[in-house]
Design a protein around this ligand. Sequence first.
Ligand code: NAD
Ligand code: ZN
Length: 251
Amino acid sequence: MIEEAAKLIAKAKFLIAFTGAGISAESGVPTFRGSGGLWEKYRIEEVATPEAFRRNPKLVWEFYKMRMRKMKDAKPNKAHLTLAELEDMGILKAVITQNIDDLHREAGNKRIIELHGNIYRVKCSYCDYIENLKESGRVERFLAEKELPKCPKCSNLLRPDVVWFGESLPEKELSEAFNLARRSDVCLVIGTSGQVYPAAYIPYITKEHGGYIIEVNVNEGGITPIADVFLRGKAGEIMEELLKKVKELRK
Ligand code: NAD
Ligand code: ZN
């Protein structure tokens, strides 16, 4: 099985990776669904919708600051690092991620398409103000602030620059992702339940255009029916072994 996947990757002309919360589980970032998932503790409609933010911005900010703290302490694991190495080797052309945790960037990947935003970006709920707290060096100060965050330009509330349920995905990112999916001859799907659309279309587009799908996950999910190779296991462990085999084939 893993040999078959390694062969597909070693021969790929345009490999892309499509990742979800599961790739960051071994970094200690909780997933949404599944045991220990965030939805066991919080209700979606109370923390991750535009209505929730209008109703109770305090609770929503509490939730996102909690997640920012967790993500800030997390380090990329073997799966993220393997993707960075595959890009360095010239095999992997892009990572399309549903994650907001910034761990692909931390790992060193260069071409990253973030479909659901980034936990370190905040934007004004009213004007066009946008800030990346990592780049402005304000993460710690922002987390320590007790008051709700306000826009420095217009004083309206700042909100996380993430895609909430019921919101559309950023247009540029989505069309870039779909274009990459059409071009790609192998799509490596890691740690996603494949239940959140339109993101979950990505491997389906590759498949429709004659490409192969390799899936890495501890459980089967929405992408599994079209997977040519399904590798059951933890992303870090599987990806490490897969990279070793790819390197042997390319020697
Ligand atoms: P999900 O929570 O719906 O599914 C997680 C998937 O990961 C499941 O299929 C599960 O079987 C798998 N998984 C769990 N541990 C794994 C491991 N060690 N190795 C491999 N697979 C593992 O996540 P999703 O599919 O990404 O979709 C839900 C939404 O969750 C996305 O929009 C994403 O933005 C958001 N989210 C992001 C983060 C993050 O940024 N790290 C964390 C939680 C949720
Ligand atoms: Zn503003």
